[in-house]
Ligand binder design. Structure first.
Ligand code: NAD
Ligand code: UFG
Length: 337
Protein backbone atom coordinates (compact mmCIF):
# COMPACT_ATOMS: atom_id res chain seq x y z
CA UNK A 1 0.00 0.00 0.00
CA UNK A 2 1.00 3.63 -0.51
CA UNK A 3 1.06 5.19 2.93
CA UNK A 4 1.44 8.73 4.25
CA UNK A 5 3.05 8.73 7.70
CA UNK A 6 2.84 11.97 9.67
CA UNK A 7 5.34 12.48 12.51
CA UNK A 8 7.24 9.57 10.98
CA UNK A 9 10.70 10.58 12.21
CA UNK A 10 9.60 10.52 15.86
CA UNK A 11 10.06 7.72 18.38
CA UNK A 12 7.09 5.49 17.54
CA UNK A 13 6.70 6.59 13.90
CA UNK A 14 10.29 5.67 12.96
CA UNK A 15 9.89 2.17 14.43
CA UNK A 16 6.54 1.77 12.65
CA UNK A 17 8.09 2.80 9.31
CA UNK A 18 10.78 0.13 9.69
CA UNK A 19 8.07 -2.52 10.07
CA UNK A 20 6.00 -1.08 7.21
CA UNK A 21 9.02 -1.10 4.87
CA UNK A 22 9.84 -4.69 5.89
CA UNK A 23 6.25 -5.52 4.88
CA UNK A 24 6.92 -3.88 1.48
CA UNK A 25 4.68 -0.85 1.84
CA UNK A 26 5.52 2.36 0.00
CA UNK A 27 6.14 5.16 2.50
CA UNK A 28 5.97 8.95 2.35
CA UNK A 29 7.03 10.58 5.61
CA UNK A 30 6.18 14.08 6.73
CA UNK A 31 7.51 15.66 9.90
CA UNK A 32 8.22 19.24 10.99
CA UNK A 33 11.25 18.03 13.00
CA UNK A 34 9.96 19.79 16.13
CA UNK A 35 10.86 16.69 18.16
CA UNK A 36 13.01 14.63 15.79
CA UNK A 37 16.07 14.73 13.56
CA UNK A 38 16.40 14.45 9.80
CA UNK A 39 19.18 11.84 10.26
CA UNK A 40 16.54 9.37 11.43
CA UNK A 41 15.41 9.09 7.81
CA UNK A 42 18.83 7.71 6.84
CA UNK A 43 18.88 5.38 9.83
CA UNK A 44 15.58 3.86 8.69
CA UNK A 45 17.24 3.17 5.31
CA UNK A 46 20.33 1.71 7.03
CA UNK A 47 18.16 -0.72 8.99
CA UNK A 48 15.81 -1.81 6.21
CA UNK A 49 17.86 -1.24 3.06
CA UNK A 50 14.71 0.32 1.62
CA UNK A 51 13.90 3.82 0.44
CA UNK A 52 11.13 6.10 1.64
CA UNK A 53 10.35 9.73 0.80
CA UNK A 54 10.67 12.49 3.37
CA UNK A 55 9.17 16.00 3.27
CA UNK A 56 9.58 18.60 5.97
CA UNK A 57 5.95 19.65 6.22
CA UNK A 58 3.90 20.80 9.19
CA UNK A 59 0.57 18.98 9.50
CA UNK A 60 -1.11 22.22 10.57
CA UNK A 61 -0.30 23.60 7.09
CA UNK A 62 -3.34 22.52 5.06
CA UNK A 63 -2.13 23.99 1.75
CA UNK A 64 1.17 22.06 1.78
CA UNK A 65 -0.54 18.83 2.78
CA UNK A 66 -3.16 19.33 0.07
CA UNK A 67 -0.43 19.78 -2.50
CA UNK A 68 1.29 16.58 -1.39
CA UNK A 69 -1.90 14.50 -1.38
CA UNK A 70 -2.84 15.79 -4.82
CA UNK A 71 0.43 14.46 -6.25
CA UNK A 72 0.30 11.03 -4.56
CA UNK A 73 -2.40 8.46 -4.49
CA UNK A 74 -2.28 7.45 -0.84
CA UNK A 75 -4.22 4.38 0.31
CA UNK A 76 -3.77 5.11 4.00
CA UNK A 77 -2.49 7.68 6.45
CA UNK A 78 -0.91 6.85 9.78
CA UNK A 79 -1.09 9.95 11.92
CA UNK A 80 1.60 10.13 14.61
CA UNK A 81 2.32 13.87 14.42
CA UNK A 82 1.52 15.79 17.58
CA UNK A 83 2.93 17.13 20.80
CA UNK A 84 3.01 14.70 23.72
CA UNK A 85 4.58 16.26 26.82
CA UNK A 86 2.00 16.14 29.61
CA UNK A 87 3.62 18.80 31.84
CA UNK A 88 4.17 21.23 28.96
CA UNK A 89 0.52 20.81 27.93
CA UNK A 90 -0.56 22.10 31.35
CA UNK A 91 1.61 25.22 30.99
CA UNK A 92 0.92 25.80 27.28
CA UNK A 93 -2.53 24.33 26.59
CA UNK A 94 -3.21 26.33 23.42
CA UNK A 95 -0.01 25.04 21.80
CA UNK A 96 -1.36 21.51 22.33
CA UNK A 97 -4.96 22.16 21.27
CA UNK A 98 -3.78 24.02 18.17
CA UNK A 99 -1.25 21.46 16.98
CA UNK A 100 -2.95 18.20 17.88
CA UNK A 101 -6.48 19.17 16.88
CA UNK A 102 -5.69 21.14 13.73
CA UNK A 103 -3.32 18.43 12.46
CA UNK A 104 -6.01 15.79 12.93
CA UNK A 105 -8.71 17.91 11.30
CA UNK A 106 -6.44 18.51 8.29
CA UNK A 107 -5.69 14.79 7.94
CA UNK A 108 -9.40 13.92 8.15
CA UNK A 109 -10.33 16.59 5.56
CA UNK A 110 -7.70 15.36 3.11
CA UNK A 111 -8.61 11.71 3.62
CA UNK A 112 -12.14 12.60 2.52
CA UNK A 113 -11.05 14.88 -0.32
CA UNK A 114 -8.59 12.39 -1.84
CA UNK A 115 -10.45 9.19 -1.02
CA UNK A 116 -7.72 7.91 1.27
CA UNK A 117 -9.36 4.75 2.52
CA UNK A 118 -7.78 4.29 5.94
CA UNK A 119 -6.76 6.51 8.87
CA UNK A 120 -4.75 5.06 11.74
CA UNK A 121 -4.55 7.43 14.70
CA UNK A 122 -2.13 7.39 17.66
CA UNK A 123 -4.35 7.55 20.69
CA UNK A 124 -3.38 6.85 24.26
CA UNK A 125 -4.40 5.00 27.41
CA UNK A 126 -4.69 8.46 28.89
CA UNK A 127 -8.23 8.69 27.44
CA UNK A 128 -9.40 6.27 30.16
CA UNK A 129 -8.52 8.82 32.85
CA UNK A 130 -8.49 7.56 36.41
CA UNK A 131 -10.59 4.48 35.66
CA UNK A 132 -10.32 0.85 36.71
CA UNK A 133 -7.69 -1.45 35.13
CA UNK A 134 -7.62 -3.61 33.14
CA UNK A 135 -9.04 -1.12 30.65
CA UNK A 136 -11.07 -2.62 27.83
CA UNK A 137 -11.99 -0.63 24.75
CA UNK A 138 -15.47 -0.34 26.29
CA UNK A 139 -14.19 1.22 29.53
CA UNK A 140 -15.64 4.69 30.03
CA UNK A 141 -13.52 7.63 28.95
CA UNK A 142 -13.22 9.50 32.22
CA UNK A 143 -12.05 13.04 32.77
CA UNK A 144 -8.46 13.60 31.67
CA UNK A 145 -6.06 15.30 34.06
CA UNK A 146 -4.20 17.38 31.45
CA UNK A 147 -4.73 19.14 28.09
CA UNK A 148 -2.56 16.58 26.23
CA UNK A 149 -4.90 13.76 27.25
CA UNK A 150 -7.87 15.94 26.37
CA UNK A 151 -6.53 16.45 22.82
CA UNK A 152 -6.36 12.67 22.36
CA UNK A 153 -9.99 12.23 23.47
CA UNK A 154 -11.07 15.16 21.26
CA UNK A 155 -9.20 13.82 18.22
CA UNK A 156 -10.84 10.43 18.71
CA UNK A 157 -14.24 12.18 18.73
CA UNK A 158 -13.41 14.22 15.61
CA UNK A 159 -12.34 11.11 13.70
CA UNK A 160 -15.31 9.02 14.85
CA UNK A 161 -17.77 11.72 13.76
CA UNK A 162 -15.96 12.01 10.42
CA UNK A 163 -16.17 8.26 9.87
CA UNK A 164 -19.90 8.29 10.68
CA UNK A 165 -20.45 10.94 8.03
CA UNK A 166 -18.19 9.14 5.51
CA UNK A 167 -18.76 5.43 6.15
CA UNK A 168 -16.34 4.32 3.42
CA UNK A 169 -13.48 5.47 5.62
CA UNK A 170 -11.80 2.76 7.72
CA UNK A 171 -10.75 4.24 11.03
CA UNK A 172 -8.34 2.77 13.57
CA UNK A 173 -7.90 4.39 16.97
CA UNK A 174 -4.91 2.71 18.59
CA UNK A 175 -4.67 3.38 22.31
CA UNK A 176 -1.03 2.94 23.25
CA UNK A 177 -0.11 2.07 26.82
CA UNK A 178 3.52 2.81 27.82
CA UNK A 179 5.92 2.33 24.90
CA UNK A 180 9.55 1.88 25.96
CA UNK A 181 12.70 0.28 24.55
CA UNK A 182 14.38 0.84 21.22
CA UNK A 183 15.32 -0.85 17.97
CA UNK A 184 17.84 -3.69 18.43
CA UNK A 185 20.29 -1.96 16.08
CA UNK A 186 20.68 0.87 18.59
CA UNK A 187 19.96 3.32 15.76
CA UNK A 188 16.37 4.26 16.69
CA UNK A 189 15.04 5.15 20.10
CA UNK A 190 13.68 7.97 22.16
CA UNK A 191 15.72 11.15 22.65
CA UNK A 192 13.77 13.28 25.13
CA UNK A 193 13.90 17.06 24.92
CA UNK A 194 15.45 18.41 28.14
CA UNK A 195 14.91 16.60 31.43
CA UNK A 196 12.99 13.37 30.69
CA UNK A 197 9.44 13.22 32.02
CA UNK A 198 9.05 9.52 31.45
CA UNK A 199 10.43 6.80 33.64
CA UNK A 200 12.62 4.79 31.29
CA UNK A 201 14.44 7.67 29.58
CA UNK A 202 15.16 9.04 33.06
CA UNK A 203 16.54 5.68 34.22
CA UNK A 204 18.82 5.32 31.17
CA UNK A 205 20.22 8.82 31.79
CA UNK A 206 20.92 7.92 35.43
CA UNK A 207 22.64 4.76 34.19
CA UNK A 208 24.79 6.87 31.87
CA UNK A 209 25.74 9.18 34.74
CA UNK A 210 23.94 12.19 33.23
CA UNK A 211 21.54 12.40 36.18
CA UNK A 212 22.40 11.67 39.75
CA UNK A 213 19.42 9.59 40.83
CA UNK A 214 15.90 8.66 39.95
CA UNK A 215 13.02 10.21 41.85
CA UNK A 216 10.26 7.66 42.36
CA UNK A 217 6.97 9.51 42.54
CA UNK A 218 5.29 7.96 45.56
CA UNK A 219 5.40 4.57 47.30
CA UNK A 220 2.06 5.01 49.05
CA UNK A 221 -0.23 3.89 46.22
CA UNK A 222 -2.60 1.01 46.79
CA UNK A 223 -0.36 -1.44 44.91
CA UNK A 224 1.71 -4.41 46.21
CA UNK A 225 4.94 -2.38 46.63
CA UNK A 226 3.28 1.05 46.84
CA UNK A 227 4.66 2.38 43.51
CA UNK A 228 2.65 3.08 40.36
CA UNK A 229 1.82 0.27 37.95
CA UNK A 230 1.91 0.64 34.15
CA UNK A 231 1.63 -1.58 31.09
CA UNK A 232 5.04 -1.18 29.41
CA UNK A 233 5.19 -2.34 25.81
CA UNK A 234 8.26 -2.68 23.58
CA UNK A 235 8.13 -0.01 20.87
CA UNK A 236 8.87 -2.65 18.19
CA UNK A 237 5.81 -4.69 19.25
CA UNK A 238 3.78 -1.48 19.21
CA UNK A 239 5.10 -0.68 15.73
CA UNK A 240 4.00 -4.11 14.49
CA UNK A 241 0.49 -3.40 15.78
CA UNK A 242 0.19 -0.69 13.11
CA UNK A 243 1.04 -3.14 10.33
CA UNK A 244 -1.53 -5.62 11.69
CA UNK A 245 -4.20 -2.90 11.78
CA UNK A 246 -3.36 -1.74 8.25
CA UNK A 247 -3.31 -5.21 6.75
CA UNK A 248 -6.48 -6.38 8.53
CA UNK A 249 -8.68 -4.80 5.84
CA UNK A 250 -11.27 -4.04 8.49
CA UNK A 251 -13.87 -1.40 7.74
CA UNK A 252 -15.75 1.01 10.02
CA UNK A 253 -14.51 2.23 13.39
CA UNK A 254 -11.91 0.03 15.05
CA UNK A 255 -10.57 0.81 18.51
CA UNK A 256 -7.75 -1.23 20.04
CA UNK A 257 -5.66 -1.16 23.18
CA UNK A 258 -2.02 -1.80 22.36
CA UNK A 259 -0.25 -3.03 25.47
CA UNK A 260 0.96 -6.31 26.91
CA UNK A 261 -1.87 -6.79 29.39
CA UNK A 262 0.68 -6.99 32.22
CA UNK A 263 1.20 -4.38 34.92
CA UNK A 264 4.71 -3.59 36.20
CA UNK A 265 5.49 -1.34 39.16
CA UNK A 266 8.17 1.34 39.13
CA UNK A 267 10.29 -0.68 41.56
CA UNK A 268 9.89 -3.85 39.47
CA UNK A 269 11.02 -1.94 36.41
CA UNK A 270 14.06 -0.48 38.20
CA UNK A 271 14.96 -3.97 39.46
CA UNK A 272 14.64 -5.49 35.98
CA UNK A 273 16.85 -2.72 34.54
CA UNK A 274 19.52 -3.26 37.20
CA UNK A 275 19.52 -7.03 36.81
CA UNK A 276 19.54 -7.21 33.00
CA UNK A 277 22.10 -4.46 32.49
CA UNK A 278 24.11 -5.03 35.63
CA UNK A 279 24.01 -1.35 36.60
CA UNK A 280 22.85 0.11 39.90
CA UNK A 281 20.20 2.84 39.66
CA UNK A 282 20.26 5.07 42.74
CA UNK A 283 16.82 6.38 43.63
CA UNK A 284 14.89 8.28 46.26
CA UNK A 285 11.20 8.17 47.04
CA UNK A 286 9.55 11.57 46.67
CA UNK A 287 5.92 12.64 46.78
CA UNK A 288 3.38 11.62 44.15
CA UNK A 289 3.39 13.45 40.81
CA UNK A 290 0.14 15.40 40.38
CA UNK A 291 -2.15 13.80 37.80
CA UNK A 292 -0.60 10.31 38.04
CA UNK A 293 -2.90 7.37 38.57
CA UNK A 294 -2.01 4.30 40.65
CA UNK A 295 -2.60 1.56 38.12
CA UNK A 296 -2.95 1.43 34.33
CA UNK A 297 -2.85 -1.72 32.25
CA UNK A 298 -4.73 -3.00 29.26
CA UNK A 299 -7.05 -5.80 28.39
CA UNK A 300 -5.48 -6.73 25.05
CA UNK A 301 -7.81 -9.53 24.02
CA UNK A 302 -9.62 -7.52 21.33
CA UNK A 303 -6.45 -6.78 19.31
CA UNK A 304 -5.44 -10.43 19.55
CA UNK A 305 -8.87 -11.68 18.49
CA UNK A 306 -9.51 -9.21 15.67
CA UNK A 307 -6.03 -8.30 14.40
CA UNK A 308 -4.12 -11.44 15.33
CA UNK A 309 -1.60 -9.13 17.01
CA UNK A 310 -0.03 -9.49 20.43
CA UNK A 311 3.09 -8.15 22.11
CA UNK A 312 5.89 -10.73 22.17
CA UNK A 313 8.90 -8.98 23.71
CA UNK A 314 9.55 -9.15 27.45
CA UNK A 315 10.31 -6.51 30.07
CA UNK A 316 13.92 -7.77 29.96
CA UNK A 317 14.07 -7.09 26.18
CA UNK A 318 12.64 -3.61 26.79
CA UNK A 319 15.17 -2.53 29.42
CA UNK A 320 18.10 -4.12 27.55
CA UNK A 321 17.23 -2.34 24.29
CA UNK A 322 16.53 0.97 26.05
CA UNK A 323 20.00 0.90 27.61
CA UNK A 324 21.66 -0.25 24.38
CA UNK A 325 20.22 2.83 22.64
CA UNK A 326 21.23 5.33 25.35
CA UNK A 327 24.70 3.78 25.65
CA UNK A 328 25.36 4.23 21.93
CA UNK A 329 23.93 7.72 21.71
CA UNK A 330 26.58 10.15 20.51
CA UNK A 331 26.98 13.41 22.38
CA UNK A 332 25.83 15.52 19.40
CA UNK A 333 22.62 13.49 19.13
CA UNK A 334 21.61 14.35 22.66
CA UNK A 335 19.29 17.30 22.90
CA UNK A 336 19.88 17.79 26.60
CA UNK A 337 23.64 17.91 27.03
P1 NAD B 1 7.51 11.96 19.11
O1 NAD B 1 7.47 13.36 19.61
O2 NAD B 1 8.79 11.21 19.17
O3 NAD B 1 6.98 11.91 17.60
C1 NAD B 1 6.04 12.83 17.09
C2 NAD B 1 6.62 13.39 15.81
O4 NAD B 1 5.69 14.32 15.25
C3 NAD B 1 7.93 14.15 16.01
O5 NAD B 1 8.89 13.69 15.07
C4 NAD B 1 7.58 15.61 15.76
O6 NAD B 1 8.66 16.32 15.19
C5 NAD B 1 6.40 15.47 14.83
N1 NAD B 1 5.43 16.57 14.85
C6 NAD B 1 4.85 17.16 15.91
N2 NAD B 1 3.99 18.13 15.50
C7 NAD B 1 4.03 18.13 14.14
C8 NAD B 1 3.41 18.89 13.14
N3 NAD B 1 2.54 19.87 13.41
N4 NAD B 1 3.69 18.64 11.85
C9 NAD B 1 4.58 17.65 11.52
N5 NAD B 1 5.22 16.91 12.43
C10 NAD B 1 4.95 17.15 13.73
O7 NAD B 1 6.36 11.16 19.87
P2 NAD B 1 6.04 9.60 19.87
O8 NAD B 1 6.32 9.07 21.23
O9 NAD B 1 6.64 8.96 18.69
O10 NAD B 1 4.46 9.65 19.72
C11 NAD B 1 3.80 9.52 18.47
C12 NAD B 1 2.32 9.69 18.70
O11 NAD B 1 1.87 8.71 19.64
C13 NAD B 1 1.94 11.04 19.28
O12 NAD B 1 0.72 11.46 18.69
C14 NAD B 1 1.75 10.74 20.75
O13 NAD B 1 0.86 11.65 21.36
C15 NAD B 1 1.18 9.35 20.71
N6 NAD B 1 1.39 8.59 21.95
C16 NAD B 1 2.66 8.47 22.47
C17 NAD B 1 2.84 7.77 23.67
C18 NAD B 1 4.21 7.65 24.28
O14 NAD B 1 4.30 7.30 25.47
N7 NAD B 1 5.30 7.89 23.55
C19 NAD B 1 1.76 7.19 24.33
C20 NAD B 1 0.50 7.31 23.76
C21 NAD B 1 0.33 8.00 22.57
N1 UFG C 1 7.79 7.84 37.36
C1 UFG C 1 8.66 8.02 38.42
N2 UFG C 1 9.75 8.83 38.23
C2 UFG C 1 9.99 9.47 37.05
C3 UFG C 1 9.09 9.29 35.97
C4 UFG C 1 7.99 8.47 36.17
O1 UFG C 1 8.48 7.46 39.49
O2 UFG C 1 10.99 10.21 36.96
C5 UFG C 1 6.64 6.92 37.53
C6 UFG C 1 5.29 7.59 37.37
O3 UFG C 1 4.83 8.12 38.58
C7 UFG C 1 4.44 6.42 36.85
C8 UFG C 1 5.44 5.57 36.05
O4 UFG C 1 6.72 5.96 36.51
O5 UFG C 1 3.98 5.64 37.94
C9 UFG C 1 5.37 5.81 34.54
O6 UFG C 1 5.48 7.20 34.26
P1 UFG C 1 5.74 7.76 32.80
O7 UFG C 1 5.88 9.24 32.92
O8 UFG C 1 6.84 7.01 32.15
O9 UFG C 1 4.41 7.36 32.01
P2 UFG C 1 2.88 7.78 32.28
O10 UFG C 1 2.12 6.51 32.51
O11 UFG C 1 2.78 8.82 33.31
O12 UFG C 1 2.47 8.46 30.91
C10 UFG C 1 2.79 7.88 29.64
C11 UFG C 1 2.94 9.00 28.62
C12 UFG C 1 1.61 9.66 28.36
C13 UFG C 1 0.58 8.65 28.00
C14 UFG C 1 0.51 7.56 29.04
C15 UFG C 1 -0.44 6.47 28.62
O13 UFG C 1 3.85 9.97 29.07
O14 UFG C 1 1.75 10.55 27.29
O15 UFG C 1 1.80 7.00 29.24
O16 UFG C 1 -0.12 6.02 27.35
F1 UFG C 1 -0.61 9.25 27.89
Amino acid sequence: MKILVTGGLGYIGSHAIVQLLISNHEITIIDNLSNSQKETHKKIKDITGKNSDFYKIDTTNYAKLDNLCEKHNFDAVIHFAGYKAVGESINEPLKYYFNNLLSTINIAKLAIKYDINTIIFSSSATVYGNGESPFTEKSPLLERTNPYGETKAMCERILIDTQKAYPNLSLFLLRYFNPIGAHKSGLLGEIPNGIPNNLVPYITQVAKGKREKLQIYGNDYNTPDGTGIRDYIHVVDLAKGHVSALESNRTGINIYNLGTGKGTSVLELVNAFEKVNNIKIPFEIVSRRPGDIAVSYADVSKAKRELGWEAKLTLEDMVEDAWNFEKNLKKEENKND
